[in-house]
Design a protein around this ligand. Structure first.
Ligand code: HEM
Length: 466
């Protein structure tokens, strides 16, 4: 089994794709960020890449994570997904909008997991020995780009297509990934690294809500990732898999990125609950290399218990070589340690605006429709707060803002489309026997999350549009 790093090396890996808000069995074409987790079985242990599409995360303050997840999940009273909860949280935390700017384009409804740009989002560290006593360290982000370039018109569903597909085949993305591999159309990505030099960019390289522009720190391609094998038993090989950013190997290290720091603890915590104390000994999780960690033993279903070895590391008489990267400190800090990472500043809106400027006219129009459909069922104050964040984004100055509709015009457009949906849902709601929450349009309490966009019609034969 070769090391993961080095020229012309091939390393076997396990991949798992996921949606975030919906439970198992929930339609996978409903708009959502997508998770992509990879476990590389290297000769130095397992390296996990637990990555995401889009390329930025919603938060930089990990303390908010539980609330973000809960706002996306079901309402505790109704057990329904709830636009009010979602947009209440999002609009009161505008740092979430840079991710949202991507997720509410058609990028949020891809036609295949194989057509995703997948990013590390968090910042990690490349380490390499320079001399017996010196090391090179580089802060780094990773990106996987499909080997065949993405064509948004072919590779992304529109909202109505995704909605129709959600009913026709709730497992569409999973089925398609399986089919592609079975037919030998192996999903393949080019893997690139962005070496982050804080001196070369004004963006905080440890802020997961921000893109570091390629013009500041270019991307360097260094490998390829291909999925060419299917599991034989879903439960054993996929369901029981446990990925965590804490699984690292020499050459790859963590960084002080606050979101990453919390992730180092929370995945293992969840997995000890989900799979049990010794989940790292299950077939998909155990390393193919020799592992010696006698501090971790006993507990339910322990299969490898180190016989009579002492239960600590560093016992006399055992010539254990310390790993090369042991205890090397490389970051020099200057500045303050701060408690609150939540303050939203102009730069938060600026990156949103910059992304908006990269969208074509039709993509911008569909973005506004997608947001309107999602936010329409929320209460009036939440709708007002959401519109206000978008106005700030449209008012922000990007790099080179191209000519286009004014912020006022865009804001009016969003308001109009929200109102259009409210009217539509009011009439459809009574026809479907759905009980509105009150008399006024502002009080409508429920619109199915996959309700077709009123400005379009469901696609008659969705498979022809795929
Ligand atoms: C404060 C921030 C975050 C926390 C606390 C957190 C926590 C978790 C937890 C507990 C799980 C379930 C693990 C399991 O049961 O196996 C999970 C799954 C996942 N997370 Fe996060 N997460 C955070 C941010 C992120 C970010 C920034 C990314 C990507 C860059 C990410 C990618 C994923 C993926 C891909 C999965 C599914 C992995 C799989 O297939 O097992 N998460 N997360």
């Amino acid at each position: 089994m070769p090391k993961v790093k080095g020229k012309s090396k091939t390393t076997r890996l396990l991949a798992r794709f996921s949606t975030i808000a919906g439970e198992l069995g929930y339609p996978d074409t409903v708009r959502d960020a997508k998770g992509a987790a990879f476990k590389f079985y290297t000769e130095e242990g397992n390296l996990d890449w637990v990555f995401l599409n889009p390329e930025v995360f919603n938060l930089r303050d990990p303390a908010k994570f539980a609330s973000l997840v809960h706002a996306k999940k079901r309402d505790p009273a109704t057990n329904l997904l709830d636009a009010n909860m979602l947009w209440d949280f999002l609009s009161s935390h505008p740092e979430t909008f840079n991710a949202l700017m991507r997720n509410y384009t058609d990028e949020g409804t891809p036609k295949s997991y194989s057509r995703l740009v997948i990013s590390s989002v968090n910042t990690y560290t490349f380490t390499k020995r320079k001399s017996p006593t010196e090391w090179d360290h580089h802060l780094v982000r990773i990106k996987l780009v499909p080997a065949t370039p993405i064509d948004p018109d072919k590779d992304w569903f529109t909202y109505d297509e995704a909605t129709t597909m959600a009913g026709k085949d709730p497992d569409y993305l999973t089925r398609r990934l399986y089919d592609e591999i079975q037919r030998g159309q192996f999903p393949t990505w080019k893997v690139s690294a962005q070496i982050l030099d804080p001196a070369k960019t004004s963006v905080d390289v440890l802020d997961a809500t921000k893109v570091v522009p390629a013009s500041d720190c270019p991307w360097i391609e260094f490998g390829q990732l291909k999925l060419n094998e299917l599991p034989q038993n879903y439960f054993t090989q996929v369901e029981q898999a446990a990925f965590t950013p804490a699984n690292i190997v020499p050459g790859w290290d963590i960084s002080p990125d606050p979101i990453l720091q919390i992730r180092l603890l929370s995945y293992g915590d969840s997995q000890r609950y989900r799979l049990g104390a010794n989940h790292d000994q299950l077939p998909p999780n155990r390393a193919c290399s020799y592992v010696y960690d006698p501090t971790r033993r006993n507990g339910a279903h322990s299969l490898t218990n180190y016989a009579n070895a002492p239960n600590y590391i560093g016992s006399s008489g055992r010539d254990l070589k310390k790993p090369d990267h042991y205890n090397i400190s490389f970051l020099k800090w200057q500045g303050n340690i701060s408690r609150y990472l939540s303050k939203v500043e102009d730069v938060d809106y600026k990156q949103c605006r910059e992304h908006w400027d990269t969208l074509s006219g039709p993509q911008q129009s569909r973005f506004i429709s997608n947001v309107a459909s999602s936010v329409a069922p929320a209460s009036l104050p939440v709708r007002i707060a959401t519109i206000a964040v978008f106005t700030k984004i449209w008012q922000a100055k990007g790099h080179e803002t191209p000519p286009g509709p004014s912020p006022e015009k865009l804001t009016e457009d969003l308001k109009d489309r929200i109102n259009e949906r409210l009217e539509n849902n009011k009439s459809k709601g009574s026809r479907l026997g759905i009980v509105p929450g009150g008399e006024g349009s502002d009080d409508l309490s429920y619109i199915p999350p996959t309700f077709p966009d009123p400005s379009t019609r469901p696609v008659p034969d969705i498979y022809e549009r795929v």
